[in-house]
Design a protein around this ligand. Structure first.
Ligand code: ZN
Ligand code: ZN
Ligand code: ZN
Length: 363
């Protein structure tokens, strides 16, 4: 599926208003999600510079001539540059005498250093906070895509419940997850974690050739992209019968996941959402084994603002989308994580993932 066309003129207007608030004279965006957010065009991550130069009066997309045919016309001027031109000079020309320049966080240092040489009188700062302020509350069409992506991921989880995992390797299961992620409607799969037995104690484990065996807990955390927007969900399975301890740890994580999701509403503080999960895990005696924050925002990126962490006291607002994913990781033994994406609504919360949360036994 092609990315839907959003109202880029409105977004550029909002960007300019945010620049004025910050007294910034120019906004420069290159590779990464900020550029497509404002223009619908995603730069190829290659050595030739692609850059939107936005000032109060100009919006110029500087793009390598050979990539210019990929640009869909929008509320900006496209300025293709030929092989013998210097794109840094072109950007510097658009920006002119700007004193305060904001640069996208994903811009390569090689480009930034050249821009600093070309604009010696300008003060450079991160465009991150400005772009976050635009992207953090999703438009209804963005939430629609996140919902579709989440439901596609849920269909993969439903199929996994019927998969004979024992005697497959983690890598083989990861391959299946990736295939099903696309079959169920994503444009691409973006990542998959399959962590069986003791490997489950490593939250960001890379799938290995370890053969999945009877008695293993298997954490499966995966996602894809649909219309540019990400899914990200985790379920923990058990091969054949769980031990009482495995059942208990799973029940604690599930209670923590539910408590945190239920704490989400407009005005809720991320630190308190995190605490809702953490308290339950601590009271059950596993506090030292919950070694990461409770969640992260999601949208064009798998991880973006807002972060659901003890240090974040910025209240959540309608339209924000983020994960709730507590876990318990017992070194050398096993791990459990359960993850859903939720969206803050006008009066509460919409959980986007609806697949079975219980401890499902597989063959
Ligand atoms: Zn993670
Ligand atoms: Zn995940
Ligand atoms: Zn996540």
């Amino acid at each position: 599926m092609e990315s839907p066309r959003f109202d880029y003129a409105a977004r550029i207007d909002r960007a300019r208003a945010a620049m004025a608030e910050r007294e910034a004279d120019a906004l420069l965006l290159s590779v990464g999600p900020d550029l497509p957010y404002l223009t619908g065009y995603e730069a190829m991550p290659l050595e030739r510079l692609t850059m939107l130069a936005l000032t109060p009066k100009d919006a110029v997309l500087v793009v390598p001539e050979l990539e210019a045919p990929r640009v869909e016309p929008g509320p900006f001027e496209t300025r293709p540059w030929g092989e013998l031109e210097d794109p840094i000079d072109i950007v510097a020309g658009v920006v002119g005498g700007a004193r305060s320049v904001l640069v996208g966080d994903h811009t390569w240092s090689a480009f930034l250093l050249s821009l600093q040489d070309a604009l010696p009188d300008a003060r450079f700062a991160s465009a991150g906070p400005l772009m976050t302020s635009l992207r953090i509350r999703k438009e209804p069409d963005e939430i629609g895509l996140l919902r579709r992506a989440a439901h596609a991921a849920d269909r993969v989880v439903a199929r996994l419940a019927g998969l004979e995992m024992s005697s497959l390797t983690e890598r083989e299961v990861a391959r299946i997850v990736a295939d099903w992620t696309v079959e169920e409607g994503h444009d691409v799969d973006t990542f998959k974690i399959v962590a069986a037995g003791p490997n489950g104690a490593s939250p960001h484990h890379e799938p290995t050739d370890r053969v999945i065996a009877e008695g293993d807990m298997v954490i499966i955390d995966f996602g894809g992209r649909l219309g540019g927007y990400c899914s990200d969900t985790t379920r923990t399975f058990v091969v054949e019968d769980p031990t009482p301890e495995q059942q208990e740890v799973h029940a604690v994580v599930l209670a923590a996941q539910r408590a945190a999701a239920q704490a989400v509403r407009p005005g809720a503080i991320p630190a308190e959402i995190d605490a809702a999960a953490r308290r339950i895990i601590e009271e059950a005696g596993y506090g030292e084994y919950f070694i990461h924050r409770t969640g992260h925002g999601i949208g064009l990126e798998v991880h973006e603002h807002p972060y659901i962490i003890e240090t974040n006291s910025q209240p959540v607002e309608p339209g924000m989308a983020f994960s709730i994913e507590p876990g318990i990781y017992l070194p050398g033994r096993f791990g459990v994580r359960i993850e859903d994406i939720v969206v803050v609504t006008d009066d509460g919360v919409e959980p986007l993932n609806r697949s079975d949360h219980s401890l499902v036994s597989v063959g």
